[in-house]
Write a protein that binds this ligand. Sequence first.
Ligand SMILES: NC(=O)c1ccc[n+]([C@@H]2O[C@H](COP(=O)([O-])OP(=O)(O)OC[C@H]3O[C@@H](n4cnc5c(N)ncnc54)[C@H](OP(=O)(O)O)[C@@H]3O)[C@@H](O)[C@H]2O)c1
Length: 170
Amino acid sequence: MKVILYMAITANGMIAKENDDTRFISKTEWKSFDEMSKKIGNLIMGRRTYEISLAEGTFPYPDRLNIVMTNRSTANKWEKVIFTKKSPKDVLQLLERMGFKTAFVGGGGTVNASFMEENLIDEIYLDIEPVILGKGIKLFADKKFESKLKLIGIKKLSKNEIQLHYSVER
Ligand SMILES: NC(=O)c1ccc[n+]([C@@H]2O[C@H](COP(=O)([O-])OP(=O)(O)OC[C@H]3O[C@@H](n4cnc5c(N)ncnc54)[C@H](OP(=O)(O)O)[C@@H]3O)[C@@H](O)[C@H]2O)c1
């Protein structure tokens, strides 16, 4: 199972403002994120990201399996949505049993860190938005881990945005 983490970040590694505002993310970036997740067929996210997407009217993301990681019991009124208390490793096993060859991790910072901490990420895509935020939500929540990366691709998304594509050394 290949595991991809895909995020839009500020030039200093934030994924949202303190108040969860992500309006600095461009339409081009959203499209790129959306297309890759749709192609892979799944999207793993944390409970906070789910709640924000729901409030913004973007949840569930169409044409893919939406997996929401949460320790709370949540009423599920959707078909292609799974709320789960499973660990990152067990979520990947579930996807494997369902026939997926690739898993797509789409934030937020807490979920990203739980996968990184267990060394489960194979590739990382970072779309860098032309903004710096002194305060905000970090790409990875504070946890103790260290990973070396190999740069495997650079793509210009627009005049002001680049995409970095890394593999994680194991
Ligand atoms: N820039 C981007 O590309 C991008 C993408 C996605 C999200 N975001 C932003 O990121 C922010 C949210 O990030 P966040 O770090 O605050 O929250 P988050 O990662 O979205 O959600 C955290 C919650 O997920 C659940 N969770 C996380 N790891 C788990 C695990 N291993 N097992 C079970 N449950 C687990 C827990 O839910 P319970 O408390 O319910 O147990 C935890 O409180 C928002 O502002 C959002 O807009 C940005």
